[in-house]
Design a protein around this ligand. Structure first.
Ligand code: PLP
Length: 389
């Protein structure tokens, strides 16, 4: 089948610049069409292949990948498999996407908010210590934007108190910490292949575990509690002789998203390299601006999902910057508003959150794509610089 190339020519000097722009080039479209033509569109051998290729990309040794239909589903399965449930507390950053909080509350456990540090925007170990109670069962670590959190210190606290750690690596596929890929060490690590993530499978995710005995329960959790069918589906077959052994969810990943994910994974080194280069260029261009605070990193080994800036003047000045950019066709985002102010979460126990409050008031997400035309990047740079000067 012939793939239709997009015919419209886009003028990068005038076209709107979105915050996110997933790469959906010919190899991605061909992979989807091939998978459709194969005719087995549910979870199947392509899902198993995506797990294998991820294990290889993440340099896993004696660690295991279970693909899911989203990172939210992966987080939910991870917390359940960690034994989190009613009566437990999970220490979480407020400064993260609510998917993590919802995964905690879906188990019946309660979210407890701890603060972040200004440098990594990840959990502050001292704040985590302050948040621990006799009911604490686990800690949720976010690697914000693709910058590794201080996970060694968090794991040390977890070991001291007998806690589980679930890492939300939705932003951090391709990030290394002390030379090791995020996912290649640690307790339960969750990735996202959602529509705008570094690689997309349209929707999708994965849990990585270092414990082989987690794999079967994770398979059951993601396949509505069914105990046997995964091995058959991985051969593009089904078995009708199965038992349902636990509460489970419909979190398994089909063949079409898996095929798209595989085609993207083959390109990830280029995606990550380009994003690092673009982020470095933005940091250089904005570092000297009075009133702008750039990310505190040179992005080495960071699989950057977003590029962000802090507007020192806070929310009102940030809104003005967003309008200034919007008038120039440049979209922006906010990762993240204060989760502890959301209706659903505002009664959750928390310790003092001064850094979270400060950063949530200042942070703005600028466009970052895996392939950005020089003209597009210059427009973003000019837009931001013209605002601050
Ligand atoms: C930090 C974080 N965690 C989890 C998720 C949820 O990922 P998914 O859409 O794959 O469920 C997101 C989505 O944007 C995210 O930003």
């Amino acid at each position: 089948m012939q793939i239709e190339e997009p015919t419209a020519t886009i003028d990068p000097s005038t076209a709107p610049i979105p915050v996110f722009q997933p790469y959906l080039g010919p190899e991605v479209q061909e992979a989807a069409v091939r998978a459709l033509q194969a005719g087995w569109i549910g979870m199947g051998s392509l899902t198993a292949r995506l797990e294998d290729e991820l294990a290889s990309y993440l340099e896993l040794s004696n660690r295991y990948v279970v693909a899911t239909s989203s990172c939210t589903g992966a987080l939910h399965c991870a917390f359940l498999q960690a034994g989190v449930g009613p009566g437990d507390e999970v220490i979480c950053p407020s400064f993260t996407y609510v998917a993590g909080h919802q995964a905690v509350t879906a188990t019946g456990a309660e979210v407890v908010f701890a603060d972040i540090d200004e440098s990594t925007c990840g959990l502050d170990p001292d704040s985590v210590r302050a948040a621990i109670s006799p009911r604490t069962k686990a800690i949720l670590v976010l690697h914000f934007a693709g910058i590794p959190a201080r996970s060694d210190e968090i794991y040390a606290i977890a070991a001291e108190h007998g806690l589980r750690v679930v890492e939300d690596a939705a932003h951090a596929l391709g990030t290394r910490s002390d030379g090791r890929p995020i996912g290649s060490f640690g307790d339960l690590i969750c990735f996202s292949f959602g529509p705008v993530k570094i690689i997309t499978s349209l929707e999708g995710g994965a849990v990585v575990t270092g414990d082989q005995s987690d794999v079967q329960p994770l398979h059951e959790l993601r396949l509505v509690g069914v105990n046997k069918d995964t091995a058959e589906r991985y051969k593009d077959q089904r078995t009708w002789e199965y038992d349902v052994v636990r509460q489970g969810f419909r979190y398994h990943l089909g063949s079409i998203p898996a095929a798209i994910g595989l085609s993207q994974l083959a390109l990830i080194d280029t995606f990550v390299e380009n994003r690092i280069e673009y982020c470095r260029g933005f940091n250089e261009a904005f570092r000297d601006l009075d009133g702008a605070i750039v990310p505190d990193t040179d992005f080495t080994d960071c699989g950057m999902f977003i590029y962000f800036l802090r507007v020192a003047g806070g929310d009102a000045q940030r809104t003005a910057l967003q309008k200034h950019l919007s008038d120039r066709g440049i979209a922006t985002g906010i990762h993240f508003p204060n989760a502890h102010h959301f209706t659903f979460l505002r009664d959750a126990r928390r310790v003092e959150l001064p850094v979270t409050e400060l950063i949530a008031d200042q942070i703005v997400t600028l466009p970052l794509h895996s392939f950005m035309d020089d003209v597009v990047r210059e427009r973003v740079i000019d837009g931001v610089r013209s605002f601050f000067s």
